[in-house]
Ligand binder design. Structure first.
Ligand SMILES: CC(=O)CC(=O)SCCNC(=O)CCNC(=O)[C@H](O)C(C)(C)COP(=O)(O)OP(=O)(O)OC[C@H]1O[C@@H](n2cnc3c(N)ncnc32)[C@H](O)[C@@H]1OP(=O)(O)O
Ligand SMILES: NC(=O)C1=CN([C@@H]2O[C@H](COP(=O)(O)OP(=O)(O)OC[C@H]3O[C@@H](n4cnc5c(N)ncnc54)[C@H](OP(=O)(O)O)[C@@H]3O)[C@@H](O)[C@H]2O)C=CC1
Length: 291
């Protein structure tokens, strides 16, 4: 039975996954490159759960119990005894492969490994582990505590048992799953990211301003966020990585990342997590478009 969960990466996705797993009653260990990063992830969880208490989504007791089930740090030794470890580090293939290679010797033979990658083929990542049959894609959506979906992606070797365990874990988190085949971008990002990339081309070609594009899609297509606001929310570095995987993996020029997206990433303006992307979030009176 799955009881101890490991999460690698304490960024926006990692801390969201740790958040929902601890609330669902699992013991959770979350790591990042150093203790300070991991602690910052824990602070975010505390703030998000505190908001859930204030909004009466969870009780104060549930909050305290969940915080009591969470541990953070920066060493793989913390995953000793874990039943399921979910990798949610930055969207870089070589980084993920190195993490997986380092992780395996710390795990028992029965432990399952999942990756929260938004686009990198599961079969390719599985080949960096000693257990491709116990490896699966579990693609959570941002913000994890709010979004209902987890995409489940089987690699070529993923066993039926591994799929069932991942599915049962998803159910216990109170989330719904959708199964996707192991092709670049899976389902959600195969559809969502070309739309975001097209919105950036629309800006690049001067068809509309940042505000006009976001207003048009919010009010004209009933999207909860405009595509540029959503790109900032996801992280422009992550958006670019996903477009590159689609472009290379599907070998079709229609997935060419917009040069303006590349420029923003080169500038380090990668969105909300750093305070600046298509909007500047450092103003007192709310976000201001950067173009
Ligand atoms: C890139 C990938 O690989 C895959 C992806 O994830 S793609 C991205 C998918 N996500 C989306 O498309 C998100 C689109 N945006 C939205 O759905 C909404 O704008 C949003 C849910 C993020 C925020 O909604 P909003 O109405 O504008 O703001 P707000 O009122 O502050 O929040 C709505 C609720 O979410 C909660 N919330 C927001 N962020 C939260 C967080 N991190 N933790 C806990 N709760 C959170 C709020 O408390 C609020 O709760 P109530 O409804 O109970 O009051
Ligand atoms: N953003 C989104 O909307 C979604 C993202 N994803 C996927 O989730 C994953 C994480 O994305 P996201 O949370 O947004 O990114 P973030 O940049 O917020 O977080 C990634 C975290 O991983 C850390 N990290 C880097 N190297 C290591 C390492 N060796 N060991 C442990 N931690 C490490 C980073 O630290 P540092 O900053 O110091 O490098 C950072 O704290 C990616 O694969 C992404 O594609 C999936 C669904 C949605």
């Amino acid at each position: 039975m799955v009881q101890k969960i490991g999460v690698i990466g304490a960024g926006q996705m990692g801390n969201g996954i740790a958040h929902v797993a601890a609330l669902a009653g699992y013991d959770v260990v979350m790591t990042d490159v150093d203790d300070a990063r991991a602690e910052a992830g824990l602070d975010t969880i505390r703030a998000n759960m505190d908001r859930q208490v204030r909004k009466e989504k969870i009780t104060d007791q549930a909050f305290r119990d969940a915080m009591g089930r969470l541990r953070v740090g920066s060493t793989m030794a913390l995953f000793d005894g874990a039943d399921l470890v979910i990798e949610a580090a930055s969207e870089k293939e070589e980084l993920k492969k190195a993490i997986l290679r380092e992780l395996c010797p710390h795990l028992g033979a029965e432990a399952i490994i999942a990756t929260n990658t938004s686009s990198i083929p599961i079969t390719r990542l599985a080949s960096s582990t000693d257990r491709p049959e116990k490896f699966i894609g579990m693609h959570f959506m941002n913000p994890v505590p709010v979004m209902k979906l987890v995409e489940l992606i089987r690699g070529i070797a993923t066993s039926e048992e591994t799929y069932k365990i991942a599915r049962a874990f998803t159910d216990r988190l109170g989330k719904d799953s959708a199964s996707a085949e192991d092709f670049p971008g899976f389902i959600v990002n195969r559809i969502l990211l070309p739309m975001i990339n097209e919105a950036i081309y629309t800006l690049y070609e001067g068809v509309g301003s940042v505000e006009a594009i976001d207003t048009a899609m919010k009010l004209g297509a009933n999207h909860p966020m405009g595509p540029l606001q959503l790109a900032d929310f996801i992280g422009l570095d992550t958006c670019l990585s996903i477009m590159q995987v689609l472009h290379e993996g599907l070998a079709d020029s229609k997935y060419r990342p917009c040069p303006l997206l590349v420029k923003y990433v080169e500038a380090g303006w990668v969105g909300r997590k750093v305070g600046r992307g298509f909007y500047d979030y450092r103003h007192e009176n709310g976000p201001v478009p950067t173009r």
